[in-house]
Design a protein around this ligand. Structure first.
Ligand code: AMP
Length: 218
């Protein structure tokens, strides 16, 4: 299956993508994770991406589309993928359609996870990350020992772009540049809506259920 996860920052895309990737046995591709790995590794791409990410802006379309293009060439993408955080603009979506078309493939569904700005601000400002990929929240999903990952014992950290002012800028960016994609994929008949404020297990169940119905219809 070829899936896109759409939604504002903090709607739960990353959390859902990780579970869905395991359930559906398809890779989870997060452009944000790719940029962060490059920032950590001090690569030229990381240096470029950092200035945009830290100010809550989007990395330019051509750079982002190139990254996705080369990731899709990897063997593990043959049977599908879950795109988390890509596309984020109409030009990215159009270039992605073209890219898939050239490979004689297409998107099967776009999972749109929604949540109000007020919920998102609360969520992101309490979010704590572990280098192993596990995500915590100080109120709703705290680790057993404060600041330490339950799974691997590493010290948790706050993403640089989870500062309140950057969160507000990311939300502005989402409303201006990414939310038009809801309409774009709706018109293509690909959009499936989910309420991102429900407990995450409930949302996962609902997503898997509608994907099952989708494959029955095909
Ligand atoms: P995320 O982890 O998906 O919230 O992404 C973190 C940051 O990486 C975003 O705020 C953007 O600055 C950048 N980014 C991630 N995906 C894209 C994309 N598809 N287009 C442009 N910038 C992106």
């Amino acid at each position: 299956m070829r899936l896109i996860l759409l939604g504002p920052p903090g709607a739960g895309k990353g959390t859902q993508a990780a579970v869905l990737s395991e359930e559906l046995k398809i890779p989870h591709i997060s452009t944000g994770d790719i940029f962060r790995a490059n920032i950590k590794g001090g690569t030229p791409l990381g240096l470029l991406a950092r200035s945009y990410i830290d100010s809550g802006k989007l990395v330019p379309d051509d750079v982002t589309v190139d990254i996705v293009g080369s990731r899709l060439k990897d063997d593990d993408c043959k049977n599908g993928f879950i795109m988390d955080g890509f596309p984020r603009t109409i030009p990215q979506a159009q270039l992605f359609d073209k890219m898939l078309d050239e490979r004689n493939t297409a998107i099967d569904a776009v999972i749109n996870i929604t949540a109000d700005d007020s919920v998102i601000i609360k969520r992101l400002s309490g979010r704590r990350m572990c280098p192993c990929g596990k995500i915590y929240h100080m109120e709703s999903n705290p680790p057993k020992t404060e600041g330490i990952c339950d799974v691997c014992g590493s010290r948790l950290y706050i993403r640089d772009d989870d500062k309140e002012e950057t969160i507000r800028e990311r939300l502005r960016t989402y409303h201006q540049q990414t939310s038009p994609l809801v309409d774009y994929y709706q018109k293509k008949g690909l959009l499936l809506d989910f309420d991102g404020t429900k407990p995450k297990e409930v949302t996962t169940r609902e997503i898997l259920e509608s994907l099952k119905n989708l494959t029955k219809r095909v």
